[in-house]
Design a binder for this molecule. Sequence first.
Ligand code: ZN
Length: 279
Amino acid sequence: MRAALGMVCLLLAPALPARSVNFYSIEHELALGKQLSAELERQVKLSDDAILSEYVNRVAQKITRQSDATLPVTVRIIESGDLNAFTLPGGHIYLNSGLLRLTESESELAFVLAHEIGHVAARHATREATRNELLQAGSIPLMVLGGWSGMALREFASAGGRTGAMKGVRDFEAQADRLGLDYMDRSGYDPSAAIDMFERIEGRERKIPGRVKRLWSDHPITASRIDAAQKHLNEIAGHRPEYVVNTSEYEEMRLRAIALEERRTAQVNQAPHLGAEKH
Ligand SMILES: [Zn+2]
């Protein structure tokens, strides 16, 4: 899974992504999304915890109802320790179990989902696909809008630091953050949970020095994201007398998420051992 690379910066990245061109009709995006999500799901392991999945989707629907999304939103949990969530065309959101496990309240989970719903609402995946098609006629790019681990940004960086393309990705991330905060505010979730979530991801990434060094030397994006999110939080402060920070249901679901991650890591740790026994 990688963002389409090898693009040349022929086009100036739009200052306002919302105004950028989109070749895809809603119907076309839905069809593309169906195809890409099926392709992805052949390559990853989806969680079979139906109760956890139903809960995450219920939180996502609560936010989607307050959003500008014109596509139906579905969330699927991938069993993976990478701190990531991403959105494919057609409203298909994928949340890695590692990132779900990292959240510590329903409002933090809500921010992760609201950010991705922001990508759905702004139709970033097909906007990016449109831009890639303008540059690479004939290819069907498989888009992954990372954002959380900075994966997409690192891939762009390793492809030669094409600043125009990177600016496009950064604009999308900034817009998804902003929309996500608005949707949280509208659906009653405490938007300041975004800052806690950013800081926790940053803290976790610092524990993997090589990866983080590369990320931070190329793109100190997280610091600027936190700054921008804080500014927008100040703008929307005082909209509501109180917000939902956490729920008892989240705490129950958190135990399920922890159990899921423990099962997954036990399997990962067991795999080389089993392999060794074959010899
Ligand atoms: Zn994003």
